[in-house]
Design a protein around this ligand. Structure first.
Ligand code: GLN
Ligand code: ZN
Length: 785
């Protein structure tokens, strides 16, 4: 008898153990697809290089998807996303789903295969790629759909359905994610030929039937939720754009019936007007809001209210950063929301897809344990979301919460984070605007007396080709395989080579070529205090490309000079002016994971002060021209107009801080690698640089239109005369033609002649003839002026 009791107990125990744990209301917006060690990148590149088959690529992709789903299921997440994997880009996937392939790719129908898909993404031997642009204010780039009145739509990629089924076959129920129809159209551009006359939004009625087909198939496959990402809802939309949301989700209503529908927004607050419009939609059962960047969401929900019976997906775990969540503080925000919308209608979520953060802290072998305790990458954020959901359901994991609280405390009080002196110096900067004493035209005169440059002076942007040898030297030095002496010798030889080449080409203002730099931010971050570096903290930038942003965890200071040694050495090799080459504070900030315990501008001011010291040391070392690159200044521009002026103000101020102390005769250059700056031209002028070099040739010289329209520009300006992103060698005539176009709108005496950007990704076989033609074009035009 006792035996059988024991047995039946064991059975009961077994049942208790094997019953799946009750899933708390937790949700993940999306997950990185590159893999913890960039497995997808390597699989893609090997496939593109024809070193592996489509099957091999698919196998890697399948394994990645499975492990991500299993990991989320294992962590207890209730609403797990599917269709957030992509071979290249989720917007391109939507283009494929809709069959909206531009004509030049000769797509003839059926299911879109790798050939057409990757041709659109990367171009092929005969057709160039589609345009790529930044995804909202992130460093991720998507493939811009090209739509026109004659675009034909057809359901051409069943990926959303097959991913859903694939997860289901593993026993994992998922929420299929689609880019919402309105966001898709608002991110599209009019096709060639109808640029001025066509608005893609007018195609709404044409794409909805395909969305309906997808929805129907998902329903048939058993889906009970569907997620539409509609992040454009956070932007300043016009009335007719907002109306499109009502139109779309009303028209989809009958297809959606029987499904729970989540409309997900991210990257900022949803403006009150848009909030009212979408929360009034009957077909939608849940709304996702970003509570990290959207600091006004809680007030909005409080003041406007929230529709009864609907779900609020609260994006409280930051998808854009690498910091561990402050769980106690999040829990109290969630409780406040729960009191309004009802606890059973509140779902804990991430602020946006986790694809904008690093993948897994577990692979960080070089960070110390204290710093690691302050961090959470995607895998850790999934656990945080679940811990918060459990706590809301009165199943708080006390141990997990108290470990988190201890880590938060240690971060707040750590001497590694705070440097009183830096804090004080940065605080003292507010209020004043730090301008050079003399105006720019007087400065240019003073500089010209010293530099004695010809009209249309020629220069380059900084880097010269980075050869395999060069990369090897840097790697070996880093790994202590060669001595400092050997390293310096190798770099010195390289600089000498680059100087000689430029002298032979007869370029007027030289550069040292940046052979000692791996990356324009990392190089400075490694020498500044307050920065940490990961081994595997990669974030997808576009396609197979990833970046590894440094982590700014503490007050920033500069223990010693960072570039003076090399710049001085380079200047000693030539009688021509040698540009000192620095990365600006705003770019360092925007290309890093930034601390979240002080406003961004404070961190930026600290970096500005460090760069200022470097500028002054360069000047003292006899460097007469100093370039401070602000490649990423525009990238940090907030999505909402109401916030842009404040950002531009402190960003431009930070730049001026770096160089307000130099003499009139020291020439300050800056460089930007994009030209869509027409809307921020006044801020660019306000940077008060002596010379700006800027990307121009790729964007149909859009840049020049601002001057054509009458904006007065008095400082030196060098709109790029040829595209360095392509191996093509521009002819002398072509470059001369470009310069002539510039001369039509800009004064002769302020115009510089230079390429679009740095040359580091090019080969010498391309760079030498291209620069030869550039210099001859400048010389020919000089004789004609
Ligand atoms: N000075 C840098 C270079 O020439 C600038 C790079 C950039 O603007 N992205 O490489
Ligand atoms: Zn550039």
């Amino acid at each position: 008898l006792s035996f059988s009791i024991l047995r039946s107990r064991a059975v009961i125990c077994d049942r208790v153990i094997s019953r799946p744990p009750r899933k708390m209301a937790s949700h993940i917006v999306g997950y990185p697809r590159m893999g913890p060690k960039r497995e997808l990148k390597f699989a893609l590149e090997s496939f593109w290089d024809k070193k592996s088959s489509a099957d091999d690529l698919q196998k890697v992709a399948t394994d990645l998807r499975h492990s991500i789903w299993k990991q989320m299921a294992g962590a207890g997440i209730k609403y797990i996303p599917s269709n957030t994997f992509s071979y290249y880009d989720q917007v391109l996937d939507t283009t494929a789903m809709l069959g909206a392939v531009p004509e030049r790719y000769n797509f003839t129908g059926g299911e879109i295969g790798f050939d057409t898909y990757f041709s659109m993404a990367r171009g092929n031997a005969s057709v160039p790629a589609m345009e790529m642009t930044k995804w909202f204010d992130t460093n991720y780039h998507f493939i811009v759909p090209e739509l026109g009145p004659s675009t034909k739509f057809s359901y051409s990629s069943r990926k959303p359905v097959s991913e859903y089924k694939e997860a289901k076959a593993l026993g994992i129920e998922t929420v299929p994610v689609l880019i919402g129809p309105v966001t898709y159209l608002l991110l599209s551009k009019p096709a060639k030929g109808v640029e001025k006359s066509f608005s893609p939004l007018t195609l709404l009625g044409d794409i909805l039937p395909i969305y309906k087909e997808v929805i129907t198939e998902l329903k048939a496959a058993g889906a009970s939720w569907i997620q539409f990402d509609e992040p454009t809802l956070v932007k300043d939309l016009e009335c007719h754009q907002l109306e499109a949301f009502t139109k779309a989700y009303t028209e989809l209503e009958s297809s959606l019936s029987g499904l729970n529908v989540l409309v997900e927004t991210y990257f900022a607050d949803v403006p009150a007007e848009a909030y009212k419009v979408i929360t009034a939609l009957k077909s939608i059962s849940g709304f996702g809001f970003d509570l990290v960047r959207g600091t006004k969401t809680l007030d909005l929900v409080k003041s406007v209210g929230f529709p009864a019976g609907k779900y609020l997906f609260a994006g409280i775990v930051d998808g854009r950063n690498i910091w561990a969540n402050d769980l106690a503080s999040s829990l109290s925000t969630l409780q406040a929301l729960g009191a309004i919308v009802g606890k059973e209608k509140l779902v804990v979520s991430t602020s946006c897809s986790l694809m904008h953060t690093a993948v897994d802290l577990i692979n960080e072998t070089k960070l110390d344990s204290e710093l690691k305790s302050w961090l959470a990458f995607a895998a850790q954020k999934v656990v945080e979301v679940n811990a918060l959901a459990k706590a809301l359901a009165d199943q708080k994991d006390e141990a997990f919460f108290s470990a988190n609280a201890a880590a938060q405390d240690s971060r707040k009080s750590s001497p590694r984070v705070t440097n009183e002196e830096v804090q004080k110096a940065a605080a003292a900067l507010k209020g004043s605007d730090h301008r050079r004493a003399t105006n720019v035209s007087a400065r240019l005169d003073a500089q010209q007396k010293k530099l004695n440059l010809p009209i249309l002076p020629t220069t380059t942007i900084g880097s010269f080709p980075q050869t395999m040898d060069l990369r090897r030297v840097r790697r070996e030095y880093k790994a202590n395989k060669i001595s400092e002496e050997e390293y310096v010798k190798a770099i010195k030889e390289e600089i000498n080579k680059v100087v000689k080449i430029q002298e032979e080409l007869d370029i007027d203002v030289l550069v040292h070529g940046e052979p000692e730099r791996n990356d324009m931010v990392e190089y400075f971050g490694e020498q500044l205090s307050g920065f940490a570096f990961t081994v595997n903290g990669w974030v997808q930038s576009y396609g197979s490309r990833c970046v590894k942003p440094p982590i700014i965890y503490g007050d920033v200071s500069r223990p010693k000079a960072m570039t003076v040694f090399w710049s001085k050495m380079a200047q000693s090799m030539t009688a021509r002016p040698m540009k000192g080459m620095l990365t600006g504070p705003v770019t360092i900030l925007n290309w890093s994971f930034v601390r979240n315990d002080q406003p961004r501008f404070e961190t930026c001011y600290q970096i500005a002060l460090a760069i200022k010291k470097e500028v002054e040391d360069l000047e003292a070392a006899g460097i007469q021209v100093i370039q401070i690159d602000e490649a990423a200044l525009r990238e940090g521009l907030p999505l909402r107009k109401s916030e842009q002026a404040f950002y531009l103000d402190w960003a431009v101020h930070s730049f001026r801080i770096t160089n307000c102390g130099v003499q009139d005769t020291t020439q300050i250059h800056t460089h930007m690698c994009y030209s869509n700056f027409n809307d921020i031209i006044h801020s660019i002028i306000d940077m008060d640089a002596d010379v700006i070099t800027i990307e121009n040739s790729r964007s149909d010289e859009k840049l020049l239109s601002v001057f054509r329209e009458g904006v007065k520009y008095g400082a030196g300006i060098g709109p790029g005369v040829y595209d360095i992103h392509s191996p093509r060698i521009p002819s002398t005539e072509e470059i001369a033609d470009r310069i002539n176009k510039m001369l039509a709108v800009l004064e002769t005496n302020i115009l510089w002649v230079n390429p679009d950007c740095g040359l580091k990704t090019r080969k010498y076989a391309e760079v030498k003839p291209a620069l030869t033609n550039m210099v001859s074009a400048a010389k020919i035009l000089r004789t004609q002026l």
